[in-house]
Design a binder for this molecule. Sequence first.
Ligand SMILES: *Cc1c(COP(=O)(O)O)cnc(C)c1O
Length: 471
Amino acid sequence: MMTYSSTRGGDSGKTFSEILLSGLAKDGGLFLPDEWPVFTKDQLASMAGKSYAEIAFDVISPYVDDHFDAPRLKAILDKTYGAADTRFHHKAITPLRQLDQNLWSLELYHGPTMAFKDVALQLLGHLFDAALEDKGERVTILGATSGDTGSAAIEGCLACKNVDIFILFPDGRVSDVQRRQMTTLNAPNVHPIALNGTFDDCQNLVKAAFNDHDFRAAQNLSAVNSINWARIIAQTVYYFVASAALGGCERPLSFVVPTGNFGNIFAAYVAMKMGLPIEKLIVATNSNDILTRFFENGAMEKGEVTPTLAPSMDIQISSNFERYLFELFGRDSGVLNKAMADFADKGHFEVTKDQLDQALTLFDAGRASDAETLETIARIHREADLLMDPHSAIGLKVAYGQRDKNGANDVPIVSLACAHPAKFPDAVEKATGVHPALPNFLADLMGRDEHMDKLDNNLVSLQDYIKQKTS
Ligand SMILES: *Cc1c(COP(=O)(O)O)cnc(C)c1O
């Protein structure tokens, strides 16, 4: 059975169910499996023609424990991605769209909240529920959102019997669509809270609640943040799915990944470790380009976060990058701890020339400014009559650059489309003059009843509210 250890070296021998529910390791590190299961050529070839749920089973089953035996895992994957029960609005779950002779867009935004986080969070809710059922426990998930990702967490927990979820958002500072995606669900375990304050206030209040150890223990407080290993492995699936569709998992592909916390692209790295033929993994950033600079010069230099048209990529510290560094450092926690300490103290660390060269055998990187993002949205609209959101357009800009560099007959490039254009309508309209319509399943969103409570920026009020709603 697969065991997991922390990147920082102070926590090991954990099972899948343990790391599923605990998230961060107790030494502050991130969990990784102790080995990479590798598919044989025959196993890879057998994925051509399988459904999304079947490929998900092949990819995920080597990582789980006895709580998720084959029939149970299959049932969960079927509920999440199978035809009958899925909340995804495309039969392929993550369809490919050909843009050009050798360029494809992998559309990850057909889930209930129109962004790629649904692909993992829809599964995570079911995994949590099953693990909690076995333990006879409930958890309270508490999080803060500036608008884009709260609804994906809520949607993921919607059908959970053993999970209550509370999401704080700044009252009056999220768009009507964002708010309504959180407030129109009306499930007894779902609690969107409009806080009288800013997004920072929301985050600080969540932190304060987690730091109140008695409250945390009494409520069994938990989070579904992007460092959770189960989210990574759920994302690894669609790299196999895309590859199976385009070349039967035999032809090497390059992937361009719009990157923030490095979760999505690390999932591609995992696919490569499991035997998927990958030519290049290309990190695409906006002007918050700490990762692109790293792949240019081998140095991590902390900077200020600049707001851009692609807010889900407005990040300076990419939490999941620690997982890749650990791999790059030959899984030596001592070296990793030193780099992490330097980064925390001085906002800076470097890798050696050899380590950078090794990273560049697989990775490449590029960036797009806001102006370039708008130009790319306009270009793909002009050339292919397609609307694309700013995050996806950043990927496409970098993909065009890569193709111009390598020639159109190079290996096929798959550029990930991370959000539906209607999720970021203002940028799309600015670039194209077209206001992107909500997809059919959300067309009546503005007419649905809203359910939320308003709270003041006060820890005791929040704690009382949570206690009352979960008692
Ligand atoms: C979260 C997100 C990203 C960044 O993904 P990471 O896994 O954090 O690198 C990019 N685009 C959109 C739309 C997102 O929601």
